[in-house]
Design a protein around this ligand. Structure first.
Ligand code: SAM
Ligand code: SF4
Length: 337
């Protein structure tokens, strides 16, 4: 169902545009401490979210520019109605070779067989702890059992599972080793992510993070032995490691330190149709306005191409260019992490 790769567009720093992260909603059924405040964020009115038709048109235009991989995210993708039929439409687009999603796993388990049928090969499952009490404290919802159901359903269908765990000082550092231990007997990748400042005002943005990629690695090595670097595909954000005797892999994502910008091949569309050519920019193009103005495909392609050719060199430059500097005003739920 998924097609073959088209030609690729390069940005002003020689990086290919290959990968779109598409936030299908800003709504969520969890309230993760690092993503949004306890009371939630002010959700966009429904009419301000891109419709499935608008998203499909954009993905079609972007595949024409060389995008071959799309990851659906949010908010929680499965909170939006009719997600799977939408995915089926995307999977049928020529040029798209890789369709995947990032989910918190609360509503996902019943859909896993359909995902496998659509050709979804990999799912990122967010899971910051295996301890029910800490899960409840971090996400402010008691949903660990349903997330674990999704985990086991994915394993059973053979879809590759990448667990995303945000590392937070004082919240879940005791969980790093138990999570990493999952890789001993299971063919999963457990990826530890530096906490980023996009928390929708949940708490003040950290000016430095006590648990950066170096400390995470040192901590894991103290308990598991050496983490042996393994080659990763161009554009990957995670540094990946194997551990002697472990079936799976460990990843570390320096999302705050931004060590991977030099090869970044991704763009984002926020739930309200804003184009981000860097996670740290404030949105460089209002794609929704363009779509709803009745612009023809050629004009939209021109605007997307131009935005991509004016990309910041890295996340630090993108942050500098923001008219509004407080990153914590944004939530990953709107951006699409
Ligand atoms: N709701 C889905 C989920 O949680 O998997 C998809 C959206 S969520 C915004 C995507 C990813 O962003 C999750 O893996 C989450 O852990 C990560 N994330 C959210 N806020 C973050 C933050 N402040 N720092 C680092 N990662 C964050
Ligand atoms: Fe929801 Fe994902 Fe944000 Fe948690 S990280 S609040 S699951 S959008």
């Amino acid at each position: 169902m998924l097609g073959s790769a088209p030609s690729v567009l390069y940005d002003n720093h020689g990086r290919p545009l290959e990968y779109l992260r598409l936030a299908v909603t800003d709504r969520c059924n969890l309230r993760c401490f690092y993503c949004m405040p306890e009371e939630g964020i002010q959700y966009l009115p429904k009419r301000e979210l891109l419709t499935y038709e608008e998203m499909e048109r954009l993905v079609r235009l972007l595949t024409g520019l060389g995008v071959r991989k799309v990851r659906l995210t949010g908010g929680e993708p499965f909170v939006r109605r009719d997600l799977v039929p939408f995915m089926a439409r995307l999977a049928a687009l020529p040029g798209l070779t890789d369709l995947s999603l990032t989910t918190n796993g609360v509503l996902t388990a019943p859909h896993v067989p359909e995902l496998a049928r659509l050709g979804v090969r990999s799912v990122n499952l967010s899971l910051d702890t295996l301890d029910r009490t800490r899960f409840h404290r971090i996400t402010r919802r008691d949903e660990l059992p349903r997330v674990l159901d999704t985990f086991y359903a994915l394993l059973a269908t053979g879809i590759q599972v990448k667990i995303n765990a945000v590392v937070m000082d004082g919240q879940n550092t005791e969980d790093l080793v138990p999570l990493a231990e999952l890789t001993r007997d299971l063919p999963v990748e457990v990826r530890f992510i530096e906490e980023m400042p996009f928390n929708g005002g949940s708490h003040a943005a950290p000016t430095a993070i006590p648990w950066n990629y170096r400390r995470i690695r040192e901590h894991l090595e103290q308990h598991l032995g050496p983490l042996l670097p393994v080659p990763v595909p161009a554009g990957a954000t995670a540094s990946e490691f194997s551990v002697v005797g472990h079936l799976g892999r460990i990843g570390i994502i320096a999302a705050y330190s931004r060590t991977f910008c030099g090869t970044c091949n991704r763009i984002r569309l926020t739930a309200e149709g804003g184009l981000k050519t860097c996670l740290y920019d404030q949105g460089v193009l209002d794609v929704r306005a363009l779509l709803r103005s009745g612009a023809p495909d050629e004009l939209i392609v021109e605007a997307l191409t131009s935005a991509f050719r004016h990309r910041a060199a890295d996340g630090f430059e993108a942050e500098q260019r923001r008219p509004l500097h407080q990153l914590s005003f944004e939530s990953m739920s709107t951006i699409g992490g």
